[in-house]
Design a protein around this ligand. Structure first.
Ligand code: BEZ
Ligand code: FE
Length: 290
């Protein structure tokens, strides 16, 4: 440890031990970074300027810092350390910036009501929500959001009404859910800000593989935010947000007939296994909150 680092760390001593721990680690890693990289003063000023510009871009509708965290794999790293669990659970994945409350819909409803419905490949998405032992979770809430075949969410596309390609479903007595939609496409994350500039500078593309976002909740179980990715997508191995997990990839199988569909469509099956919440220590099972 350098004398300077020792001196800086000696001044950390606030009332909250967790803040002290986090700030100590942050300062230590940043000093190690400077020792390793030995930035020129111009480089350091440019780096600070990049962060200042990132902050200035942030609005209630757009958070460039979150995008930067996503693009550096940091959001996925934080997701990983917070969602360990038993074998067989459905893994979590990042929420991304395009979540907004979805309209409640009936099982089997279409969630696609914009112009994409006339041009894209129709799809039926279905599955079962259970616990990790396969016990169905009747009444589980399954919230969905996805981009269109043009790679745009309703909030980015004037041709879509708010709530298009979104839906909140209630699983039936057997934990089953299903809905009708269109096949999503791979799409680029916003590249008109500092995160996009960084991607370009380090020679990375901005693409995310085609996916649907899920948020699944059931009383007594850990809420799950995740994605289902479509097998065969060319960006599965290089997702700009580093959110792909093998267990979340599903085939979209070509089908004709069934599920109330008129012509050809694709079927995507995705079962979700939630982790039971542990009761707090010392609380008998009968006193658990639902
Ligand atoms: C998304 O899938 O919506 C997303 C996730 C991370 C960064 C940008 C977009
Ligand atoms: Fe997305």
């Amino acid at each position: 440890m350098t004398p300077l680092l020792r001196q800086v760390l000696s001044q950390v001593g606030g009332a909250d031990p967790r803040i002290n721990e986090v700030v100590t680690a942050l300062i230590t890693h940043l000093h190690a970074f400077v020792e390793e990289v030995r930035p020129t003063e111009e480089e350091w000023t440019a780096g600070l300027g990049f962060l200042i510009e990132t902050g200035r871009m942030c609005t209630p509708e757009r958070d460039e810092f979150v995008l930067l965290s996503d693009m550096l794999g940091l959001t996925s790293a934080v997701d990983d350390v917070n969602h360990e669990g038993p074998e067989g659970m459905t893994p979590s994945s990042v929420q991304g910036p395009f979540h907004s409350p979805a309209p409640a819909r009936e099982l089997g409803d279409w969630i696609s009501h914009g112009p994409e419905r006339d041009r894209a490949v129709p799809a039926v998405v279905h599955g079962r929500v259970t616990d990790c032992d396969g016990v169905p979770l009747a009444g589980a809430k399954v919230e969905l959001w996805q981009a269109s075949d043009a790679g745009l969410y309703d909030s980015q596309d004037e041709a879509q009404e708010p709530g298009n390609l979104r839906g909140l479903f209630t699983a039936d007595a057997d934990g089953r859910y299903w809905f009708r939609t269109i096949r999503p496409s791979s799409y680029p994350v916003p590249t008109d800000g500092t995160a996009g500039r960084l991607l370009h500078a380090i020679g990375r593309h901005p693409m995310r593989p085609a996916h649907l976002h899920y948020r699944v909740t059931a009383p007594g179980h850990r809420p799950l935010t995740t994605h289902v990715f479509l097998a065969g997508d060319p960006y599965l191995g290089s997702d700009a947000a580093f959110a792909v997990k093998e267990e979340l990839i599903r085939e979209a199988r070509p089908r004709t007939g069934g599920w109330g569909m008129d012509g050809p469509y694709e079927e995507i099956e995705f079962d979700v296994r939630l982790v039971p919440l542990r009761p707090p220590p010392g609380v008998p099972p009968s006193a658990r909150q639902p």
